[in-house]
Design a protein around this ligand. Structure first.
Ligand SMILES: NC(=O)c1ccc[n+]([C@@H]2O[C@H](COP(=O)([O-])OP(=O)(O)OC[C@H]3O[C@@H](n4cnc5c(N)ncnc54)[C@H](OP(=O)(O)O)[C@@H]3O)[C@@H](O)[C@H]2O)c1
Length: 337
């Protein structure tokens, strides 16, 4: 190892968990025994949690299928027999990812920063004429940089939350067509570690106030959690469930736009502190498929179990979830069904 590698590695190992809200410090997380408790853990892989499952005949959709957790999620769902619709920001990326896994896959374009692209993606999927049994809202971005706006909305919030808000709403008829379907929202513990103290700062979603990219990432992941909670409420009594998960700190390309000292260091030494994509994808794949979780909705999962989180945070804040839904409707006016 040369000096530069040592410096980059040490910086990444020290800062990455903090930058993506995955440091060990923070609230106490305990398994929530009011939900079925499984035998899997942080070390389980997506293959292990689906061993023996046959998903033949089911249709799954995974956003961000060309990289990291999305790619592993698509690979394992297809391995178990599901037909997986994999989205990428270009058809080329989605096609390359889909053709690289064993099983039945269909590539579709989805650029979450463009609500027009979201509408076109949902239309393309609807044209396949299939009910959707599993929808994993996985794609996400962390800019690590300066404030960026897309159509007047802060970019991390627009991509991680607003795009998926429109996608899920437009796909709802297909989800309701399935006998029982599951929506899995890929959030992060940064929702309770990094989000603004007030939770969603509704007066700063369009770049009105101060910008801190870590806080913005936390806010977007809190929005994922609140969206999942409100969805679960609205879907009560239906055949569709909604849950949110934190995958853990995982060695993927999530730090690609971080300063080189961090992104390169994480590439080189992330394995020392982070899960592999195989381990990282386990929780979302488990929640998407495990038979014991039939009907479970509105829960928050870490390391393959529903958990409770101590302290003051907003991940189960019902009034905030309702207000976020109304804000999403207003921001996405003209793009919802
Ligand atoms: N890795 C971690 O430690 C960690 C921790 C907590 C939560 N998460 C969450 O896990 C999810 C998956 O991330 P990952 O770790 O697998 O990172 P990744 O390797 O960077 O994958 C992110 C995926 O999202 C896609 N994406 C980014 N911006 C998009 C946009 N505007 N429209 C459509 N797709 C877009 C990417 O497409 P391109 O490749 O084309 O950019 C890629 O397919 C994210 O929601 C992330 O927030 C990750």
């Amino acid at each position: 190892m040369n000096r530069r590698q040592f410096l980059y590695g040490a910086t990444a190992v020290a800062t990455m968990p903090i930058l993506v809200g995955c440091s060990e410090n923070g609230p106490i997380v305990t398994i929530d025994n009011s939900y079925p408790v499984g035998r899997y853990s942080a070390a389980s892989t997506a293959e292990e949690v689906t061993l023996g499952l046959d998903l033949t005949g089911k249709t799954a959709m995974v956003t961000g299928c060309n990289s990291g957790l999305g790619l592993e999620t698509m690979r394992v769902l297809a391995l178990r027999g599901a037909h997986v619709i994999g989205t990428g920001r270009t058809l080329e990326k989605a096609t390359k990812a889909c053709s690289g896994v064993t099983g039945i896959t269909t590539p579709v374009v989805l650029e979450l920063s463009s609500l027009q692209s979201v509408v076109e993606c949902a239309d393309t999927v609807a044209a396949l004429g299939l009910p959707i049994d599993i929808l994993v809202c996985n794609a996400g971005v962390n800019t690590f940089g300066k404030l960026e706006l897309v159509n007047g909305v802060e970019k991390i919030f627009a991509v991680n939350y607003l795009g998926h808000f429109v996608l899920v709403n437009r796909l709802m008829p297909l989800l309701k067509k399935a006998q029982a379907s599951r929506i899995v929202n890929v959030g992060s513990k940064s929702a309770y570690v990094q989000a603004p103290a007030v939770g969603i700062d509704f007066d700063n979603l369009r770049g009105e106030g101060l910008f801190d990219s870590q806080e913005a990432y936390g806010r977007s992941k809190l929005a994922n959690a609140l969206f999942s909670l409100e969805l679960a409420t609205r879907l009560r009594g239906s055949s569709v469930t909604s849950n949110v998960i934190h995958p853990g700190l995982v060695k993927t390309k999530i730090a690609r736009t971080a300063p080189a000292v961090i992104s390169k260091g994480f590439d080189w030494f992330g394995g020392l502190i982070a899960k592999t994509p195989q381990e990282g994808a386990a929780t979302q794949v488990y929640v998407a498929t495990n038979p014991a979780l039939e009907g479970v909705s509105g829960a928050y999962f870490e390391d393959c179990n529903a958990v409770m989180v101590s302290g003051e945070h907003h991940i189960f804040d019902k009034p905030m979830a309702e207000r976020l839904w109304a804000t999403g409707e207003e921001m996405a006016e003209g793009y919802l069904i």
